[in-house]
Design a protein around this ligand. Structure first.
Ligand SMILES: CC(C)(COP(=O)(O)OP(=O)(O)OC[C@H]1O[C@@H](n2cnc3c(N)ncnc32)[C@H](O)[C@@H]1OP(=O)(O)O)[C@@H](O)C(=O)NCCC(=O)NCCS
Length: 147
């Protein structure tokens, strides 16, 4: 199989052009089995797990490999998440080192249950609501020759 890894941002782009850095996107419905806490609230650790899935997508898009998450320098939770919410995760690689890739990710709520109208009622939110954001670093594997 062809080695899809790039040796760094400069090496990945033709001379004089900025390399294209990938974006990633996840959207899904939160289920009852995702709930941990009183009031039907989803644990922050569960949201971090979903950030990890998005970070993995970014690594695959750039390096053709899942990579490893080295560090989060910021994790912020702004809005509680409940079963029945639809979440959108958006992320991007913003900087490429030799093997490190800086990532920025946000989680938004776009649909929420509307229990006042009935047990299965739900509404599309007029604007996405910021749930959480994360800044961190993922690391691509060493090229085979350096192992
Ligand atoms: C992340 C990990 C692979 C880095 O180890 P390593 O390969 O020896 O790292 P190195 O010291 O060679 O550094 C490689 C690059 O990562 C960067 N890096 C390493 N640790 C870092 C950290 N904690 N924060 C930010 N960047 C880091 C280095 O600055 C370097 O950047 P560069 O390539 O742009 O120069 C290793 O610490 C590890 O396996 N951690 C566990 C990962 C894990 O299990 N994550 C959860 C599941 S995904």
């Amino acid at each position: 199989m062809a080695d899809t890894r790039k040796e760094g941002a400069e090496a990945a782009a033709p001379a004089g052009e900025k390399p294209e850095l990938p974006t990633g996107f996840l959207r899904f419905r939160v289920s009852q089995s995702d709930v941990t806490y009183g009031g039907g609230i989803v644990a922050g650790g569960t949201i971090v797990k979903w950030f990890g899935d998005l970070a993995t997508e970014l690594c695959i898009r750039y390096d053709g490999d899942e990579g490893l998450l080295a560090a989060y320098e910021l994790l912020e939770f702004r809005t509680p998440v409940h079963a029945g919410d639809y979440l959108e995760f958006r992320g991007r690689i913003t900087k490429v080192g030799n093997r490190s890739r800086r990532i920025e990710m946000e989680c938004y709520k776009v649909i929420a249950p509307d229990p006042d109208r009935g047990p299965t009622a739900a509404k599309v939110l007029p604007e996405p609501v910021l749930v959480a954001r994360a800044l961190g670093t993922v690391v691509a594997p060493k090229p085979k020759a350096q192992e």
